[in-house]
Design a protein around this ligand. Structure first.
Ligand SMILES: *[C@@H]1O[C@H](CO)[C@@H](O)[C@H](O)[C@H]1NC(C)=O
Ligand SMILES: *[C@@H]1O[C@H](CO)[C@@H](O)[C@H](O)[C@H]1NC(C)=O
Ligand SMILES: *[C@@H]1O[C@H](CO)[C@@H](O)[C@H](O)[C@H]1NC(C)=O
Ligand SMILES: *[C@@H]1O[C@H](CO)[C@@H](O)[C@H](O)[C@H]1NC(C)=O
Ligand SMILES: *[C@@H]1O[C@H](CO)[C@@H](O)[C@H](O)[C@H]1NC(C)=O
Length: 363
């Protein structure tokens, strides 16, 4: 059995150049095991701007990003520019993937992707199960600048085969869109993976610990509800226009958000991912992606839960005389926000060094 898995893995590695640009109308059309290559100028009906969005109260006094959001809030379908339909070995075989890492990363964050590929997001088998990696991305800029960034991601894709890219502006307020597009992709291509880590590209995730934690769940192999992270409750929209998270009443009238987990990183089961995707079709897009996940969970009657190992607001180190990056603080952690690529690289390697002496051991 072990040998069979190894062979499959090697084959996948050899196919690394098997990246393709897939157009929407080509979905599901297979030629043998290969997805039909595409022609460049296939068209997807461009989602039209909703002109009557401008009729909401005080529209012209809203910040540009909010106006933009209101104009395009209803758009949920965008063509794919980069796809890897067989990332999980095909939909039917996707149960062989235990943990799928789904990392939000815009084209410009090349250095973060480089560090992640070498550290916690390395595709590998740990404790007998497979970990796979995907970066999810939109587009940057316009005109020739956009073309340049697209080409850049295409080159990365050729080397690593780990990017899903859709043709929408990769802005902060489009992260929910990115999330929904990913879940739609997952339902089609990886519906049987056991668990997913959904997170940012500037976190340190101890994916070895995650696998062990998920394996220790007695009655859940991914077929039941799981949604854990840094739980945020009893908060509501920020009404200050200069704040990054500003949500005016024109976007959300209610002053409360449902409980949700901070978007820096959360773990969920395939069951919960698919429930969220299906229910999202009946929930208007909210621009803040982690809040939107909370809205979907609430409507589905499911709760997000807190896990002490997820520290999306950073980790508290009791004294400034102690090295904040002492690996001893990170041995038991699942995820910490935020880490620069160099710190990440060092931490991952220090954690994996044998014979570490930590204060806890001395007790
Ligand atoms: C697969 O693609 C090749 C090349 O485009 C074509 O000649 C062949 O007929 C296709 N086979 C099927 C089963 O569609
Ligand atoms: C367009 O915006 C108006 C005003 O906000 C809204 O009532 C309408 O439902 C929107 N249309 C679509 C297709 O989203
Ligand atoms: C619209 O602007 C007016 C004048 O600045 C203000 O009094 C009112 O509260 C605003 N309404 C909304 C819904 O923002
Ligand atoms: C993308 O969105 C950002 C933020 O709303 C905006 O500043 C930028 O101009 C947009 N880019 C394009 C090409 O639309
Ligand atoms: C989201 O992306 C679409 C497609 O590029 C763009 O038209 C829209 O302005 C973006 N929305 C925001 C809020 O940036």
């Amino acid at each position: 059995m072990g040998a069979v898995l190894v062979v499959i893995y090697l084959n996948k590695e050899i196919n690394l150049t098997d990246h393709k640009t897939i157009c929407p109308q080509e979905y599901g059309k297979k030629n043998g095991t290969q997805t039909t290559p595409l022609t460049k100028n296939t068209s997807w009906p461009r989602c039209q701007q909703n002109m009557s969005a401008a009729s909401v109260t005080n529209f012209s006094s809203l910040p540009g990003r909010i106006q933009d959001f209101l104009y395009y809030q209803h758009c949920r379908h965008f063509p794919m520019l980069l796809d890897i339909p067989d990332k999980c070995g095909g939909a039917d075989r996707s149960s062989e993937v235990f943990l799928l890492l789904v990392i939000k990363s815009s084209a410009a964050n090349h250095d973060r992707r480089v560090a992640l590929r070498k550290t916690w997001a390395k595709e590998r088998s740990h404790n007998g199960v497979w970990i796979r990696r995907l970066f999810i991305s939109g587009t940057m800029g316009a005109g020739f600048e956009k073309k340049r960034w697209n080409k850049f991601l295409e080159l990365e894709q050729r080397e690593y085969s780990d990017i899903l890219q859709w043709d929408f502006n990769d802005s902060f307020f489009n992260l929910t869109l990115k999330q929904i597009l990913f879940l739609e992709w997952m339902e089609r291509n990886c519906p049987h993976v056991h668990f997913l880590l959904n997170g940012d590209d500037d976190v340190f995730a101890n994916t070895d610990n995650m696998v062990q934690y998920l394996q220790s769940l007695k009655d859940n192999d991914g077929s039941k509800h799981l949604f854990i992270g840094h739980l945020i409750q009893n908060v509501g929209p920020i009404r200050l226009p200069w704040n990054k998270y500003y949500i005016p009443v024109q976007v959300q009238e209610s002053d409360t958000y449902p409980p949700y987990c901070g978007g820096g990183g959360y773990l969920l089961s395939r069951y919960t991912a698919l429930v969220i995707y299906r229910i999202s079709q009946s929930i208007t897009i909210h621009p803040i992606d982690d809040v939107y996940m909370g809205m979907c969970l609430a409507k589905a009657g499911l709760s997000p839960e807190s896990h002490i190992g997820v520290q999306t607001a950073g980790i508290y180190i009791p004294s400034h005389k102690i090295d904040n990056y002492d690996p001893c603080y990170y041995r038991e952690i699942l995820l910490v926000h935020r880490f620069l690529p160099a710190d990440l690289y060092l931490m991952w390697h220090r954690l994996n060094e044998p014979n570490q002496e930590c204060f806890a051991d001395a007790k």
